[in-house]
Design a binder for this molecule. Structure first.
Ligand SMILES: Nc1ncnc2c1ncn2[C@@H]1O[C@H](COP(=O)(O)OP(=O)(O)OP(=O)(O)O)[C@@H](O)[C@H]1O
Length: 331
């Protein structure tokens, strides 16, 4: 596989800056997840690496070689889209073989057979190889779509929300499978998602986009624990980070405007009094919705808590994050 470098890439559609001076290295063998709300520029970034869009300025390098003006085929990247795009009249086996039969690759039949066998096993579709694509469930079709990328040996796999059309159970299963496959193959992967659980569990690196700008790039843990801004802090974490005026508790740095409290940053038992608004029992965790001087906050509590709406709980911050008036983190 390969290292992919974006050097000062910009792309505008009219007045919309879809990518704005993006510089990012996807290391060889990394699983990089791009996060950002709708319109942040994630898909544009992927399409430029694939060669489906041309940047207005900047360079793209694959393994040290500039590919900015190469065709998609010359770049040898494999892309998986959100919606499966299979050939309906072909069987699963034929769909999987299709990318390998391209005139450029000229893969020997024996190798095609072996590769299909391997990928079908990994994706647990071996028993469906002779089915027509139309005879599959949505989840199976998406597995075949992913399989069509995996049979190849590209420089990088580009995946645009490949699991978003699947139900929760299948998503969770495929999340684990994809990560396993990536580790096994030592594959380089750039993956777009809105789903922060996918980001936290699969990524070796997370890139956060805001209106086309890459505002932070680091390990999921860095992004979670040391976000550069309120914007980044609110991209990861469930329940979301609580944001309150900094002076609500004593001890804020003088320039701080906002205190950011992740659910685990709220200690119960002493401090300021808050009122229980709602207790949500989710099975493996119990969320406590509190009213703290007119501000809604959410924290976690003992799974079998006896707290009820209307009760009073004292709360205080533990290792909170502080942000200035522009939303930049200062402590
Ligand atoms: N072909 C196009 N023509 C005009 N504007 C476009 C085009 N493609 C993207 N855009 C605009 O560029 C911006 C970035 O779009 P992009 O699809 O990259 O965002 P995204 O982060 O992938 O969003 P989503 O999560 O909704 O897929 C958006 O404002 C979008 O409307």
């Amino acid at each position: 596989m390969a290292e992919v470098v974006l050097q000062d890439i910009s792309k505008a559609y009219g007045t919309t800056r879809a990518n704005d001076h993006v510089t990012m290295t996807v290391p060889d063998g990394a699983f990089v997840v791009l996060l950002g709300p709708t319109g942040a520029g994630k898909t544009t970034c992927l399409r430029m690496i694939a060669g489906l869009e041309q940047p207005d300025s900047g360079d793209i390098r694959i393994n040290g070689r500039t590919v900015t003006n190469d065709t998609p085929a010359q770049r040898n990247v494999a892309m998986v889209f959100q919606q499966y795009s299979l050939y309906p009249h072909m069987t699963v086996r034929e769909n999987l073989a299709f990318p390998l039969r391209s005139p450029i690759l000229r893969t020997p039949e024996e190798q095609i057979k072996r590769k299909i066998g391997e990928v079908a096993e990994v994706l647990r579709i071996s028993h469906k190889l002779d089915n027509k694509a139309t005879q599959l469930s949505g989840g199976e079709m998406q597995r075949v779509s992913i399989g069509r990328a995996l049979v190849r040996d590209p420089n990088i796999y580009l995946m645009d929300e490949p699991l978003s059309s699947l139900d929760a159970k299948l998503r969770a299963d495929l999340r684990v499978e994809l990560k396993r496959v990536q580790e096994k193959l030592g594959a380089t992967l750039l993956y777009v998602t809105h789903d922060q659980i996918e980001a936290m569990t699969m990524a070796t690196h997370v890139g956060v986009l805001d209106h086309g700008r890459l505002v932070q790039f680091g390990s999921p843990r860095e992004i979670y624990e040391r976000p550069v801004s309120l914007y980044v802090a609110s991209r990861l974490g469930l329940p979301r980070i609580n944001m309150l005026p900094a002076d609500i508790f004593a001890g804020a740095p003088s320039r701080a405007r906002t205190i950011g409290l992740r659910p685990e940053h709220i200690a119960q038992g002493s401090g300021k009094e808050s009122k229980v608004v709602r207790v949500e029992h989710l099975g493996d965790q119990t969320r406590l919705h509190l009213d703290l001087e007119g501000h809604d906050i959410v924290t976690l509590t003992d799974v079998h808590t006896g707290l009820r709406p209307g009760d009073t709980v004292a709360v205080e911050p533990r290792a909170p994050l502080y942000f200035d008036g522009d939303g930049a983190r200062i402590a």
